[in-house]
Design a protein around this ligand. Structure first.
Ligand SMILES: Cc1cc2nc3c(=O)[nH]c(=O)nc-3n(C[C@H](O)[C@H](O)[C@H](O)COP(=O)(O)OP(=O)(O)OC[C@H]3O[C@@H](n4cnc5c(N)ncnc54)[C@H](O)[C@@H]3O)c2cc1C
Length: 402
């Protein structure tokens, strides 16, 4: 089996350009506003940074070429997204922040020509933002998507949607929503979900409060969203009726991996910061970096970074081959979400009091990476899925041996 982990010259150059752009232009703004994107200017900042990213030739590395993107596959996205993640504002600058990046990916795969023109084109170009509305308050969809309660029923010329979503990233200011609603079956049943596209100004669609979460780097907040007799035409159906859960997999597997790429970049910044600090700081007649227990933290960070990259590489390779990659993405997501928190936590520890102060970015990195153990599937749910596959295979083997 040939194993080639190298990237083309074009991708290597793009990685370099992205590194220069992020560190030269974006990191200073991130630092000046403690990673709070609303305080830094919100959508006005996004538009300004995206213009500069276009000029620097680093905009939309994932986007379809026909809409001004660079058209990279998953394996080639990895090092570019990691560089973008070095600043908390970097993904927004390159138009690869959640949820827009995942929505571009899914629309590029599923949308029909009219939907591509109306929704995908402006999103990929950075003209607008979007939201993906799946999660509901209890007893609705959360870790268990089959609990979906938002309903879409047939109406004259289309569908009438009623329901309540929450934690919807980017909802405030989004131009359109991708809505997951139940078109058949009952909560708890595995099928019967459909995705709908709805412009934000459609009557019956209302964005409610921002849920005040610990992170501050994603535009448009994490909001409650209400659908009260929201009427959408048949042309709003994304893909086919009742296939929403299948399509969610098209989005969620790659979206999990791109989160890993971006947050790995953030963790690497924390690690770089901590190493620079302990090499400088003196104590007990030596540099902190020469003390064994500090070196253990440095080594453990290096191991977590390398292991995360390796699992990511495997999952991206499977995705680029057109495989479902459910197991590889679950393994990579679970390990990475926990490793990234460990890396940032150790980096804070190495910096002492400064590690938890706003003078360094470590405290805000922690605030940003911790929720990743919950969204895109909590660690426990992925572990459960991984274990169930192993147990099912073992039971099958046992039956066949009998
Ligand atoms: C910052 C942020 C952004 C988000 N953005 C979006 C968005 O844009 N769109 C969207 O639709 N949703 C979004 N979400 C919601 C997110 O997808 C859900 O929070 C997640 O799926 C978990 O669902 P829940 O909150 O209902 O937790 P619950 O389903 O109530 O689960 C609570 C906990 O129970 C445990 N658990 C659950 N199932 C199992 C199991 N089988 N075995 C063992 N333990 C288990 C886990 O520890 C889990 O954390 C976002 C969430 C956050 C925090």
């Amino acid at each position: 089996m040939a194993v080639d982990l190298s990237h083309s010259d074009e991708v290597r150059e793009l990685v370099e350009r992205t590194r220069d752009f992020i560190r030269g232009v974006v990191v200073p703004l991130d630092d000046a506003h403690d990673g709070d994107i609303a305080a830094a200017g919100g959508d006005a900042l996004r538009r300004d940074l995206q213009q500069q990213a276009k000029a620097a030739g680093v905009f939309a590395p994932h986007g379809p070429v026909e809409f001004g993107g660079l058209g990279l596959g998953m394996s080639d996205r990895a090092p570019v997204f990691e560089e973008a993640g070095y600043s908390l504002f970097g993904p927004t600058a390159l138009n690869i922040a959640a949820p827009d990046e995942g929505n571009v990916h899914m629309l590029a795969h599923i949308a029909d020509p009219a939907q591509r023109e109306q929704f995908l084109a402006p999103l990929a170009r950075g003209d607008v933002r979007s939201a993906f509305a799946m999660t509901e308050p209890a007893p609705g969809a959360g870790s268990d998507p089959t609990a979906l309660r938002t309903r879409a029923v047939r109406a004259e010329g289309g569908w009438r949607i009623n329901g309540h979503k929450w934690f919807i990233t980017g909802a405030d200011g989004a131009a359109f929503f991708i809505i997951m609603a139940r078109t058949s079956g009952e909560p708890g049943e595995r099928g019967g979900a459909t995705m709908f596209l709805a412009p934000a100004d459609t009557p019956g669609l209302r964005v409610g409060r921002h849920i005040d979460t610990m992170d501050k780097s994603m535009l448009g907040g994490h909001c409650e969203v209400f659908f009260d007799d929201l009427l959408v035409p048949d042309s709003a159906v994304l893909g086919e009726v009742d296939r929403g859960f299948d399509y969610a997999q098209v989005r969620l597997g790659p979206a999990r991996m791109t989160h890993v790429m971006r947050w790995l970049g953030a963790a690497r910044r924390g690690h770089d910061m901590a190493v620079a600090r302990v090499v400088e700081r003196e104590g007990f007649g030596a540099r902190l970096a020469d003390l064994g227990m500090i070196q253990q933290m440095i080594a453990d960070n290096e191991i977590d970074i390398a292991a995360t990259r390796a699992l990511l590489t495997r999952a991206c390779w499977e995705l680029d081959r057109g495989e479902h990659a459910a197991n590889a993405t679950s393994i990579a997501k679970t390990f990475a979400a926990e490793a990234i928190v460990r890396i940032v936590d150790r980096s804070m520890q190495m910096c002492g009091g400064l590690g938890v102060a706003a003078d360094l970015p470590l405290a805000r990195l922690y605030r940003e990476v911790r929720p990743f153990r919950i969204y895109d599937g909590p660690s426990e749910v992925h572990r459960w899925a991984i274990a169930k596959r192993v147990v099912s295979a073992a039971k099958r083997a046992r039956r066949e041996a009998e």
